[in-house]
Design a binder for this molecule. Structure first.
Ligand code: COI
Length: 373
């Protein structure tokens, strides 16, 4: 395999150019919308001459590029989504950063973006958190969303892997991803569209996967559903994922989630739900599950709960699934006890209220001038 890592990268300190004046006083932390507000600083690292150059932290703001930027034309772009939470006045918790970094590198490999090393990644995030500690929300239900993104940045219209890349880490104080918050959402399968096929890029977090889902997602919303429930692309009967979430079904006491088949995103929250279920002795199956089996379980009264999992959404209970003109209502439409338990446990660990016996938390000590409300 091509050696992408700059052997000097670990040794390169981050060049920090802090802002002159913070924008934080313009932000209403009681009215946070997901992904619309950005903190003062961002991490930037450029790949040129076959290696990553010295990383920088600079003021957050627009970057200027040519319209011939390769990633704009051919979608060579990968990203991650992770979150940070205040555990106490001096400590911010990062949730499973090594797993996110590993997945970023896996996504990068799939579309020929150079990989990064973990030390550079985690040092960059830690520095950002220390500089922008005030931007990490203090309220339960809110978090600092961390969005690493790497994209092709050569000025070249040839349809080939780029020779230049830009890697940024931007951060955004957020509240709930869905307008429903933790209230149950509704899903519909998509008529005539597929999300991903085995051997394609479905398992990778690439920009193009999301672009391809926008038209069916818009149609789902126009019909009154929150999101699309994707089925497999070949037989169009196996449940795969929800596009911004993985999916779980509690059937007759067993938690079932679609297996990672190559076209399903390898979710970090999915992994956490599986580890929690195993820890709590809940029977768990990662396997293929058809939409018909889900409807049958609903009809026979064995479908106890359905919920999605994702970094942005955390745990999102599902109250209704629409497929082929039929509607399946799940339970009485309220949040199920297992979804609630998973939500409470995962967020409890994230906010430092429940002991992390799994090694998921990476604590970052920040200076004590952090904002106190
Ligand atoms: C996440 O859960 O972090 C995601 O990347 C989903 C995103 C499209 C908001």
């Amino acid at each position: 395999m091509q050696q992408y890592l700059n052997p000097n990268c670990n040794l390169m300190s981050i060049k920090i150019s802090p802002i002159d004046k913070s924008r934080i006083s313009t932000v209403d932390f009681d009215k946070l919308d997901f992904g619309r507000t950005f903190s003062d600083h961002m991490f930037e690292m450029i790949w040129q001459d076959g290696q990553w150059q010295r990383p920088k932290i600079i003021p957050y703001g627009p970057i200027s590029f040519t319209p011939a930027l390769q990633s704009l034309h051919y979608g060579q772009s990968v990203f991650e989504g992770m979150k940070a939470y205040y555990a106490d006045e001096e400590t911010i918790h990062l949730f499973r950063p090594e797993d996110h970094h590993q997945r970023l590198n896996n996504s990068s490999k799939r579309i020929c973006v150079p990989e990064t090393d973990y030390n550079t990644f985690i040092n960059g995030i830690e520095e950002l958190l220390r500089l922008d500690a005030d931007w990490v929300p203090r309220k339960r239900g809110q978090a600092l969303y961390i969005r690493p993104i790497a994209f092709a940045s050569e000025e070249y219209l040839a349809a080939k892997a780029s020779d230049n890349y830009h890697f940024y880490i931007i951060t955004s104080p957020v509240a709930a991803y869905y307008k429903e918050g933790f209230n149950p959402v509704s899903l519909t399968t998509a008529d005539g569209y597929v999300r991903a096929v085995k051997g394609g890029t479905g398992e990778a977090k690439t920009a193009g996967n999301y672009a391809a889902s926008f038209l069916p997602a818009r149609q789902a919303v126009e019909k009154g559903y929150t999101q699309v429930l994707w089925l497999d692309a070949i037989e169009k009967k196996y449940v795969e994922e929800v596009g911004t979430m993985n999916i779980f079904f509690l059937i007759d006491g067993t938690l079932v989630t679609p297996e990672l088949s190559g076209s399903v995103l390898n979710g970090i929250t999915r992994r956490s739900v599986i580890e929690l279920a195993k820890d709590q002795g809940i029977p768990l199956e990662e396997r293929r599950i058809t939409i018909d089996e889900v409807f049958e379980a609903g009809k026979s009264g064995k479908l106890e709960e359905v919920f999605g999992s994702g970094t942005a959404a955390v745990i999102s209970p599902v109250r209704l699934i629409h497929h082929n003109g039929k509607k399946l209502e799940i339970g009485d439409g309220s949040v199920g006890p297992l979804a609630k338990k998973m939500f409470d446990t995962i967020t409890g660990i994230q906010y430092g209220e429940i002991e992390d016996t799994f090694g998921w938390i990476h604590p970052v000590k920040v200076k004590d001038e952090a904002r106190v409300e």
